[in-house]
Design a protein around this ligand. Sequence first.
Ligand SMILES: Cc1cc2nc3c(=O)[nH]c(=O)nc-3n(C[C@H](O)[C@H](O)[C@H](O)COP(=O)(O)OP(=O)(O)OC[C@H]3O[C@@H](n4cnc5c(N)ncnc54)[C@H](O)[C@@H]3O)c2cc1C
Length: 381
Amino acid sequence: MIVIVGGGIIGLAIGWELAKRGVPSTIVERGEAGRGASWAAAGMLPPHAEVEPAEERLLPLLLAGRALWPAYAAELTAATGIDVDYRTDGALLVALDRDDAAQLKFRHDLQRRHGLTVEWLSGGEARQLEPYLSRAVTAAVFSPDDHCVDNRAVVVALAAAYRGAGGVVREHTEVVGLRIERGRAVGVDVAVGVAGRDAGDGRDVETLAADAVVVAAGAWSRGLPGLPEIARPPVRPVKGQMLALRMDAAAPIVTRMIWAPDAYLVPRGDGRLLVGATVEEHGFDTTLTAGGIRGLLEGAWEAVPGCDELPLIETWAGLRPTSRDDAPILGPTAVEGLWLATGHHRNGVLLAPITGALIAEGLVTGGMPEAGRGFGVERFG
Ligand SMILES: Cc1cc2nc3c(=O)[nH]c(=O)nc-3n(C[C@H](O)[C@H](O)[C@H](O)COP(=O)(O)OP(=O)(O)OC[C@H]3O[C@@H](n4cnc5c(N)ncnc54)[C@H](O)[C@@H]3O)c2cc1C
């Protein structure tokens, strides 16, 4: 029996892969499954658009992860009947002035050096793809292999697929302690019911025995009670505010992902247009701020002025689980039977299928597969 701490997209993806391999597991989730960062995300799967100089080490994992998505989305839909809105229209990165264009050119050249498929466009060519783009757009990069998915539909589908394959999700159940005996993880203590953060508040506490424990608790992974220092992942919360506008689904004004200097826009098949996201270091605070929302609306308006006319239908904030080097923390720890799958920062949706496969395979075979090596917590010393 494997216990997975946290029912976000990462915990669910691991659980589903274990179930497919015939390994029994229980996911323990203190709230509702999939309602953490995985609900807040934009669902972009863009290793191409986002490549930065410091991320070159991570790029092979991002590309391998993205390659799994088309089949993964199809398999999820086949297993559950849930359409996860997998879209293959690509992404446009746009420049609004000379400085933006210089930066975009630098990024374009870097992407080309990595052998990625990207195309340099004039403003006019970009407007042929997206007619509602501002006249101020002077240049753009088209990245056809950048896809996106409805992450909320994905977590709902993953929970259904996992349960359908025999997995157990225990919601409103908080892990309040890790049981380690003779240097080995043997289970977790859980407090059952909706309550405050600590046990001893009237909730019943029980112990779940396990052959291995996987910590997939997102931004909260570092503070998990009972984690020994040697296995504590250096993960912190990085806040992201987002909002959604409502387009006419039959005549959307944005049809593919658009990355502007101060906001990105992600269309959904049902007519929603997501606008994100701020990047803020505010601990576990998820307050929406006037400045955050104003910045996103301005950033969207600068790229697509027609956004001004659209109804604003939702605002929210979530916490990215971010490691010290922005790469995920995957694999076994110095404590036997204790595994980590956290720190996915802004790539958790993209990396969910590959994380699920690597961790499940690692648990079955007793060691991380080659593609996941080098991402263990020991790299932080
Ligand atoms: C605004 C925003 C936009 C984003 N956009 C994208 C994007 O476009 N593409 C992309 O790939 N990624 C994106 N991300 C990043 C992505 O959302 C995360 O990397 C990913 O969701 C992390 O998944 P997770 O399962 O680790 O964390 P979470 O979804 O946060 O799940 C962790 C779960 O653990 C539970 N938990 C915590 N402690 C305990 C405990 N003690 N006991 C029981 N349960 C516990 C929590 O309740 C939570 O449900 C975005 C993130 C944000 C915030």
